[in-house]
Write a protein that binds this ligand. Structure first.
Ligand code: KIV
Length: 265
């Protein structure tokens, strides 16, 4: 089974085939996601919230990210696995950024990394790519900057922000990014950025015109019940199914119905 590469993603953009991406954080979920034909699996730092129950992504660490990336890489043999660089793994210096990005490949088994930020991170992105590590950019609403903006707000509503995002997207492309995630920006801006770039855009709350879409797996499966962003389509309600199954088991244990003689030795 041939691995999807960044060249395949580029070809998909040129040929107008949409890219389907999802997050995954462990061996079995990644296995199922890949079996369903998803081309890009992002081991997102969103795992800090949806797996560890933390209130934001800010306390996510390289240790957590590498452990989950390794688990995902062990089962994902076809999808392109992208490791998400956590807060403080690339901001302090270019040297730390290159080293930590490299760990996603050498220890995590990923094929690429993603990091949040525009113009101000272009030199860092360029150096990571020069080191042989493919980088996916991330613009728009940046969860690691939640306190800078005072919430998880839609970005790119003003002319000034739109100019900044366009300039950033072009600079990230020039630096060598193979794709850019656009998070929570108006659909019209998602379209403009997608049309302005030769590399694919992967939208999350960025409207239908992006070259691909990504969602947090636990959100679209109904496994995260703290809040559900407007852009999430609930494809399943696994919380409901899990509750039903676990209650059923509990009742069977209490009533003595489980285990039966067939389930005993
Ligand atoms: O961490 C994450 O899951 C992400 C996606 C929302 C793009 O960055």
């Amino acid at each position: 089974m041939d691995r999807i590469t960044i060249r395949n993603l580029q070809k998909m953009k040129v040929e107008g085939e949409k890219i389907a991406a999802l997050t995954a954080y462990d061996y079995y979920m990644a296995k199922f996601v890949e079996e369903a034909g998803i081309e890009v699996i992002l081991v997102g730092d969103s795992l800090n919230m949806v797996v560890y129950g933390e209130p934001s992504t800010l306390s996510c660490t390289m240790t957590k990210m590498l452990a989950h990336t390794k688990a995902v890489s062990s089962s994902a043999l076809r999808a392109l696995v992208v490791g998400d660089m956590p807060f403080l793994s690339y901001q302090p210096s270019i040297r730390e950024a290159i080293y930590n990005a490299g760990l996603f490949l050498s220890e995590g088994g990923a094929q690429a990394v993603k990091l949040e930020g525009g113009l101000e991170f272009v030199p860092t992105v360029g150096k990571i790519i020069e080191s042989g590590i493919p980088v996916m950019g991330h613009l728009g609403m940046l969860p690691q900057s939640v306190h800078k903006y005072g919430g998880y707000l839609v970005r790119g509503k003003t002319d000034r922000e739109q100019e900044y995002l366009l300039e950033s997207a072009l600079a990230l492309q020039e630096a060598g990014c193979f794709a850019i995630v656009l998070e929570k920006v108006p659909a019209k801006l998602g379209k403009k950025l997608t049309e302005s770039l030769a590399i694919p855009t992967i939208g999350i709350g960025a409207g239908p015109y992006c070259d691909g879409q990504i969602l947090v797996l636990n959100d679209m499966l109904g496994l995260y019940d703290k809040f559900c962003p407007k852009f999430v389509r609930p494809y399943a309600n696994l919380k409901k199914l899990i509750l039903k199954a676990v209650k059923h088991y509990r009742n069977d244990v209490k009533s003595g119905d489980y285990p039966s003689s067939e389930e005993s030795f």
